[in-house]
Design a protein around this ligand. Structure first.
Ligand code: UN1
Length: 498
């Protein structure tokens, strides 16, 4: 395999179609080796102002471009992403750590989103409805909001950016994008792709920054009318309250405490595979990752045995080496958080069956590696079974029946994804009705949402909006009701005439 490299060692903001250098910068480290890969600019509010004024100007013209023509740019973006899939995937592995096959999967999500949203250029369906009066036509149509802000996380740095920017662009908006500081390369590459695809300048602006400086400036800016955010619970809630004060539309996706339920009639080997993939894939650093297993007490021991045997075979290491199945943790803060939960789990009385430690021998010592971890005999009220850990850690809770399994699943503040392994068709239908999450899987793990379906969750996962799917358009458009009276006289609605 030829390993790709970046042409630059310092990235720049992309504003109004130009690459703008910023004096202050931070180092971006490869989590597999802790080597510096690139420098990322640390911008302040002035860059946001600069981007917004360019975006405002560009958006006025863009809104008048017919949507099928706007979509042409997204088709080009899709073709370029496809052409560069391997490059993007390798760079993604270098900055994020996820193993190469997962990186390719993520880039593919972005490519799929490009073609799917390009198709929206010929749909963007509104509605026609009957009017109350004769000779009157009534319809509802989507209009762009104007300038929108997107704030994206490091765990899916390209896919989530496409879930947000593509619907925004095709529906006629201009975008200000603040990518995660840990993973700026995907933003740089996507901006280059947009530029080459012919997106008019000012419509996609990338402003890098650390901490909350850039995000705050975006939230406070009067001319940014929507904020779409994926990230931590604490940051999301702060953004929501600030946006609330300004009556700014905000879409939030903030994580999960997702469970796989294994019933006594389940295919246990299949369940083990599902748990393994959704708990330890991406080292558990997905909003959709399985971090609880709710198992019927009759099959608890067998499941534990098989899961432990399967976990032993997981190969952990640098994601560029294709024999590895589990990559590193993003950074030191991520490692510290996981370590803290090891203490919490022990103190709470859960039984540590596997893992629980940092891998620091040999090659592992150079990066941020944590051993896949299984706690058993957990109870639903424990913090390890309630709080998002964002690492390769699973807590196993046993239950006596189906009803309790559902109750335990729903007994957390998050509501993103859930899964059930069962061969009973009645349980399948009851579960899909009663599991209180935005995504439900049957006989599959909790990860792997497809881009043409709505992505998001109930309760503390977000605020009711959805990323991806046609539903994403609702975040980036306003509904406009239009009445055309062709009677030739003034007809008054809602007036009693008899
Ligand atoms: C995330 O973890 O934030 O469903 C996104 C999945 C992926 C996307 C995850 N398609 O697991």
């Amino acid at each position: 395999m030829t390993v790709v490299s970046l042409e630059t060692n310092k990235l720049a903001n992309y504003i109004n179609g130009e690459w703008v250098d910023i004096r202050n910068a931070a180092l971006v480290l490869n989590p597999a080796t802790r080597e510096t890969i690139v420098e990322v600019p640390l911008s302040d509010a002035s860059s946001v102002d600069h981007a917004v004024s360019a975006a405002k100007k560009a958006q006025k013209d863009w809104a008048l471009v017919p949507a099928p023509q706007r979509a042409e740019v997204l088709y080009q973006v899709g073709y370029l992403m496809k052409e560069r899939k391997e490059r993007l995937s390798q760079l993604l592995t270098m900055e994020n750590g996820k193993v190469l096959e997962e990186a390719r999967g993520e880039v593919q999500e972005g490519i799929d989103m490009a073609f799917y949203m390009a198709g929206e250029g010929r749909r963007l369906f509104g509605q026609t409805t009957p009017a109350e009066l004769n000779d009157k036509f009534a319809m509802s149509q989507r209009s762009p909001v104007g300038v929108v802000g997107i704030i994206t996380p490091w765990n899916f740095p390209i896919a989530i950016a496409t879930w947000k920017s593509f619907p925004a662009i095709v529906s006629g908006n201009a975008v200000i994008w603040k990518p995660a500081t840990e993973t700026p390369i995907m933003a740089h590459e996507l901006a280059k792709i947009f530029e080459e695809a012919g997106l008019p300048k000012g419509l996609l602006n990338v402003v890098f920054g650390a901490g909350s400086t850039v995000g705050d400036a975006m939230v406070q800016h009067q001319d940014i009318r929507v904020i779409s955010f994926t990230g931590s619970d604490v940051t999301g809630r702060t953004i929501a309250s600030e946006c609330g004060k300004q009556l700014k539309k905000v879409s939030l996706e903030m994580g999960g405490k997702n469970a796989v339920i294994v019933m006594d009639d389940a295919d246990l080997d299949l369940a083990v595979e599902g748990i393994l993939w959704s708990a330890f894939g991406t080292s558990g650093q997905r909003c959709t990752a399985c971090s609880r297993v709710i198992v019927h007490e009759k099959v608890k021991e067998t499941l534990e045995e098989r899961l432990l045997a399967a976990m032993e075979k997981l190969t952990i290491g640098n994601g560029l080496d294709e024999s590895n199945k589990v990559g590193p943790i993003i950074n030191k803060a991520g490692m510290d958080k996981i370590k803290e939960y090891m203490e919490i789990g022990r103190e709470e009385g859960a039984k540590l069956l596997a893992g629980g430690y940092v891998l620091n021998e040999g090659e592992h010592g150079k990066g941020n590696y944590f051993a896949p971890t299984l706690f058993s005999d957990a109870t639903s009220d424990m913090r390890i079974a309630q709080e998002e850990i964002f690492g390769p850690v699973v807590s196993l809770i046993s239950v006596p029946n189906f009803e309790e399994a559902i109750e335990v699943n729903n007994g957390v503040t998050f509501g993103l994804s859930s899964s059930i392994f069962t061969s009973d068709v009645n349980r399948v239908f009851k579960a899909q009705r009663d599991l209180d999450t935005g995504i439900v899987y049957v006989n599959a793990g909790t990860t792997g949402a497809e881009i043409h379906l709505p992505f998001g969750g109930t309760k503390g996962t977000g605020n009711g909006h959805r990323d991806s799917g046609v539903q994403a358009l609702d975040v980036f458009t306003e509904w406009k009701a239009i009445y055309v009276d062709y009677s030739g006289k003034l007809q008054r609605a809602q007036i009693d005439v008899d």
